[in-house]
Design a protein around this ligand. Structure first.
Ligand code: PLP
Length: 369
């Protein structure tokens, strides 16, 4: 046996023994309380029909882009979409990526250098941690949403710092105290970077747009695989940062650009959201119904992600299986995705869930815990 295979097998056996083995399962039939399709755009027939019409009118949208954006892949569609996105978010510039993971890799790996410190919220998404490993900068953590701890970390630094936060945390279902963090960043001369993957489309185009903090952040990342029901991401920044990324960010440079279909879907998605604000109103109503059931959760009002902490892997698995048997699709999150002892059932609420579904789901959970 190859050494590599032996290593893989031993690691898998260990995970299995601990009850934490991940498996790819075919997508199940059931009521969706687990996807990031918060506004139901990925299943919205009207939206699909608009995309289809665009493709019928311009079938070349489906073709491969033929190269890196620095060679043959820089189509008019991607340029137009970037301009559109920057304007919507009121940033000087936007740079599109095929996914949020790639956008974070590009941003954090390329800009902070060996003399810099990246201070991340301990709950920051894995893509930021991976990006920090690709960077020459040093990474430090602060306790989740803890302003005092962040300030303590900032006080100890004497070089350039970046602060990395999410606006809505996808495992905890809580918001960052973004105004206070922006204030601290400015007080200590640190550059604030905000990942808006989960707040995009839920709080307007994200918290930065909602609170008009464009001048207070160094850069932001919005992603399109969640509330927009499509795929991709944008880094929002100023023109020099964009030009720097085009010159120095490997995840941007050394890859074939996505198809124009992806960029077109993003622009169409924004336009669709603008004329379908009722979807977010319905989502907010569903969040209220869920929250009114009084389940104990670290998550907050207004968040489409609601976590129920169950730090007993067997109990958590049993609850998830019970829910699946009743036709509810939920997601059980184990360590190392979350800290050991904080394993949880992650419920995602959507505009399309019904009151009856939410009441039945919460009823089962209540009986169980
Ligand atoms: C906070 C956060 N950032 C970035 C990403 C990565 O985005 P994408 O799924 O588009 O790669 C995710 C998605 O899992 C996320 O939750």
């Amino acid at each position: 046996m190859h050494n590599g295979t032996l290593y893989c097998q031993q690691s898998l056996d260990k995970r299995k023994k601990e009850g934490r083995l991940r498996r790819l399962q075919p997508k199940s039939e059931g009521i969706d309380f687990y996807s990031n399709d918060y506004l139901g755009l990925a299943r919205n027939v009207e939206f699909q029909q608009i995309l289809l019409k665009n493709v019928n009118d311009q079938p070349e949208l489906l073709s491969g882009s033929t190269g890196s954006r620095l060679i043959s892949g820089n189509s008019p569609v991607v340029l137009k979409t970037e301009e559109f996105v920057a304007e919507k978010h009121q940033f000087p510039a936007a740079l599109l990526f095929p996914s949020g993971y790639n956008a974070n890799l590009a941003l954090f790996s390329a800009i902070p250098n060996r003399h810099d410190i990246i201070i991340v919220d301990e709950e920051i998404h894995r893509s930021v941690h991976d990006a920090c490993r690709m960077s020459n900068a040093k990474k430090l953590k602060f306790r989740h949403n803890d302003l005092q701890d962040l300030e303590k970390v900032l006080q100890r630094q004497n070089g350039p710092c970046y602060i990395a936060i999410e606006s809505l945390y996808s495992m905890e279902g809580d918001f960052a105290p973004i105004l206070e963090i922006a204030e601290l960043a400015s007080q200590y001369g640190a550059d604030l970077i905000v990942d808006e993957a989960h707040s995009f489309g839920i709080l307007g185009y994200g918290m930065i747009e909602k609170y008009q903090l464009q001048d207070k952040v160094f850069a932001a990342v919005v992603t399109y695989g969640k509330a927009l029901g499509t795929h991709g991401a944008a880094i929002l920044c100023n023109e020099s940062v964009k030009e720097y990324l085009v010159n120095f960010a490997s995840p941007f440079i050394y890859t074939t650009s996505a198809q124009d279909f992806q960029w077109m879907s993003i622009k169409t998605g924004y336009e669709f959201l603008e004329t379908h604000q009722d979807l977010n109103i319905r989502l907010q109503e569903n969040i209220r119904i869920f929250r009114n059931q009084g389940l104990c959760s670290p998550s907050v009002d207004g968040s489409p992600v609601q976590a129920i902490i169950i730090p007993d892997n067997l109990k958590l698995k049993t609850l998830q299986n019970t829910l699946t048997d009743e036709g509810f699709l939920t997601y059980a999150v184990y360590s190392p995705t979350v800290k050991q002892g904080s394993e949880r059932l992650r419920i995602c609420l959507h505009s399309f869930n019904t009151e009856e579904e939410i009441l039945k789901l919460t009823g089962i959970i209540k009986e169980f815990i």
